[in-house]
Design a protein around this ligand. Structure first.
Ligand code: 5AD
Ligand code: FES
Length: 348
């Protein structure tokens, strides 16, 4: 116990642990140590962000994807996925509705869909930028060339989310077909940072084959990259994927890692993810109490929400979710936090 607390103190003070120390801490964690960690995590969260929880309006604009990641429900091989694309007008309308609800960050997320050419994407970004000069535009469109990222940045996008998924080459191989590589994905992240995007990365907790050593590598990669945001959520099996019968990740480990991220890089923007809310009815609240400070409610039209099914039983896809804002407001107030609607920039 003392050794574990010492490691947490060391991480808090120096922002670094060796790989062996990471592994030891993750493998030997306990409820008591987690409480010790979460208290520190909340202290840092309050120091930089008070009791504020930032919101980002998520627009899932296409579920066509050329990739075939083994874990993902919208992988190209899933013949049962009901594919859709929002038109440019529909995307703009989502922003209009979102703006009216108070959102000042729009996240355009989609599969890697060639229909949205560079030109079309730039037109969409430019249109949103012109109508909403006061809003942040976040893109989450997967791997692209540096030139493409640069032109989208010039068109007005300011943030980009691309989870590295796993820092370990071998583990990456087990989760993806051969045409994808961990190195290529990491390169995209360095490119994004260099261009000037506020950059988000992240990974799934409890993905098939994941070990404490892999998680240690994830933490060390994040330390090195120093992203502005890190999104982590439990792996949740999807019934139409090769991983249908695999075990999902746990709330407990996800929360522990959120706490560790908060004390390692105390200014991070850390979402309490939808996947966490999916495997536990109070998962997002627990995420905030472990150190998270962002939620990303869905702004997609309700008739397509069910179709953007990366994993089974995803929440906020029914009629009751037409207005997640109110629901999240209530949830955050119930734990003494306040939902805020400004851009929620990274604390400098
Ligand atoms: N369970 C949890 N998260 C998933 N993602 C994709 N499939 C799943 C799943 N089955 C995550 C990936 C991806 C992000 C958009 O969603 O980490 O980067
Ligand atoms: Fe979407 Fe509660 S946050 S319904």
């Amino acid at each position: 116990m003392d050794k574990l607390k010492q490691l947490i103190d060391k991480l808090e003070e120096t922002s670094r642990l060796s790989k062996e120390e990471w592994i030891f801490l993750i493998e030997n964690r306990s409820e008591t140590v987690a409480e010790y960690l979460f208290e520190k995590a909340r202290k840092w969260q309050h120091k930089y962000y008070g009791n504020h929880v930032y919101t980002r309006g998520l627009i899932e604009f296409t579920n066509y994807c050329k990739n075939d990641c083994y874990y993902c429900g919208i992988r190209r091989s899933n013949q049962n996925a009901d594919r859709y694309r929002l038109t440019r007008e529909q995307i703009i309308e989502c922003c209009q509705i979102g703006y009216g609800l108070g959102f000042r960050t729009f996240v355009l997320q989609g599969g890697e869909d060639g229909w949205f050419t560079q030109k079309r994407l730039e037109e969409i970004v430019r249109a949103i930028r012109e109508s909403y000069p006061d809003c942040a535009i976040t893109l989450s469109l997967g791997e692209r060339s540096k030139e493409s990222y640069r032109r989208l940045f010039e068109a007005g996008a300011d943030r980009y989310l691309l989870r590295h998924e796993t820092a370990d080459e071998g583990h990456y191989r087990n989760l993806h077909p051969a045409e994808l590589s961990a190195a290529q994905r990491r390169q995209c992240l360095w490119d994004l940072k260099e261009i000037g995007y506020q950059t988000g990365t992240g990974f799934m907790v409890g993905s098939p084959g994941q070990t404490a050593a892999h998680l240690a590598e994830d933490m060390m990669l994040i330390r090195k990259l120093e992203p502005h945001m890190v999104g982590i959520g439990p792996f949740v099996p999807h019934h139409d994927t090769p991983f249908a019968a695999e075990k999902g990740g746990t709330v407990e480990l996800t929360l522990f890692l959120i706490g560790l991220l908060r004390i390692m890089l105390p200014k991070l923007l850390l979402p309490a993810t939808t996947a966490l809310g999916t495997i536990d009815a109070r998962g997002r609240e627990k995420g905030i109490l472990a150190g998270a400070n962002v939620v990303m409610p869905n702004l997609s039209p309700t008739d397509v929400r069910k179709k953007y099914e990366l994993y089974d039983n995803k929440i906020c896809t029914g009629d009751e979710a037409a207005e997640c804002r109110t629901c999240l407001n209530r949830r955050m107030e119930s734990i003494g936090y306040q939902l805020v609607v400004d851009r929620g920039d990274f604390c400098q």
